[in-house]
Design a binder for this molecule. Structure first.
Ligand SMILES: [Zn+2]
Ligand SMILES: [Zn+2]
Length: 137
């Protein structure tokens, strides 16, 4: 029988596997924690946000605005990965992770950059708010 829901290992809420805006839900929409599936099965902590790299716009010659992505780090093996945000992910949890990630240790920020992941900073706040749909903050 196919599983239709799972219990989040971090916040213990029951999560439906049917998500809007994503075919395969890979993280909890409430606390946004994930699990390192098919590998070490460790808990993956949401450590920040980034924008998907969409290349350079042909006309403006400026980088195109990519969609907002979550950065996860596995607490067990340390692997860093980026994941799409689902339509029903909690906007306030996303912003909390962002606020927290502004003060992320420099060595972690550098480690992410080495993998081509640019953790967002204060200057990105307007765009983040736009994408998560929160107007007044
Ligand atoms: Zn959770
Ligand atoms: Zn892992």
């Amino acid at each position: 029988m196919e599983k239709t829901n799972f219990r989040c290992l971090h916040c213990h809420k029951l999560v439906s596997l049917k998500a809007s805006g994503t075919k395969h839900r890979n993280h909890c929409p409430y606390c946004l924690w994930s699990k390192h599936i098919n590998t070490c099965n460790g808990l993956m902590k949401p450590i920040g946000l980034t924008f998907k790299k969409e290349g350079i716009d042909r006309y403006t010659k400026k980088p195109k605005q990519g969609e907002l992505m979550l950065i996860h780090q596995c607490l067990q093996c340390g692997k860093l990965s980026i994941n799409r945000i689902a339509g029903d992910d909690n906007s306030y949890s996303l912003l909390k992770i962002f606020e927290h990630s502004i003060n992320m240790p420099t060595n972690l920020r550098k480690k992410l950059l080495k993998q081509g992941i640019e953790a967002l900073t204060k200057k990105d706040k307007q765009e983040i708010k736009k994408q998560v749909g929160i107007k007044n903050l």
